[in-house]
Write a protein that binds this ligand. Structure first.
Ligand code: SAM
Length: 213
């Protein structure tokens, strides 16, 4: 996501109660932060945060954590909640390749990957968030039968991801090559990128993949 570098973004983030400044201290203890034993769902690369904010409003019985690489992007996402505390929502600025530093083994129930960067060059394949190394990191932090829900507009990334899921022994279901025309559309929550791509007539691809531990 291209946003201009906002000077002081990291300091500004600390003003927002939904931002977690010391996320490593919660590894294995995220339920303490939320004050309950509800399942934890994580979105990786939340962008401006519309998706995870909407889910948090709709599902107060689930704890949502957004993990986003760039401070200036997290800032845009936390600004949606203004200076309010949202009991089941937390934002973290971190690199998803190091997810095991944030979460203990089998601490989370679901991961959302929405419109992840496609990294189209073959030599950059390892950077794709569905490359096998990432999938094995996700498997470590997900509960048994934990799920990854992926959406993208990029056919090549989708095909690559299906192959990676299969090779790493994830079970796939609810695969659609045109989400907005499918039976899954009714429950779909659009992200900012999704709205932009679908308004241009681009199809949206989606899959759910479960860990087989
Ligand atoms: N999910 C949003 C949407 O659909 O509107 C944003 C999509 S944007 C193309 C991808 C986002 O993933 C960017 O905000 C980027 O900073 C973030 N990202 C990329 N690599 C990441 C990583 N390794 N860890 C966490 N976030 C990452």
């Amino acid at each position: 996501m291209r946003l201009r570098n906002i000077p002081g973004a990291e300091a500004a983030l600390r003003e927002y109660p939904t931002f977690v400044d010391n996320p490593l201290s919660y590894k294995g203890n995220w339920r303490e932060r939320f004050g309950n034993n509800n399942p934890i769902h994580v979105e990786i690369g939340c962008g401006k945060g519309r998706f995870i904010n909407t889910l948090a409003e709709r599902h107060p019985d689930i704890n949502f954590i957004a993990v986003e690489l760039k401070a200036e992007v997290v800032l845009r996402a936390v600004q949606r909640t203004e200076y309010k505390t949202v009991p089941n929502l937390a934002f973290v600025q971190y690199d998803a390749s190091k997810l095991t530093e944030l979460f203990a083994d089998h601490e989370i129930s679901r991961i959302y990957l929405n419109f992840s960067d496609p990294w189209p060059k073959t030599r950059h394949a390892k950077r794709r968030l569905t490359y096998k190394n990432f999938l094995n990191t996700y498997r470590q932090v997900l509960v048994e039968d934990g799920e990854i829900h992926m959406k993208t507009d990029n056919e090549n990334l989708f095909e690559f991801s299906l192959n990676q899921f299969a090779a790493e022994r994830f079970q796939m279901r609810n695969i659609t090559f045109d989400l907005h025309q499918s039976k899954l559309a009714a429950d779909n929550v659009m992200t900012e990128y999704e709205e932009r791509f679908s308004s241009r007539g681009q199809r949206i691809y989606r899959v759910e993949a479960s860990c087989v531990i």
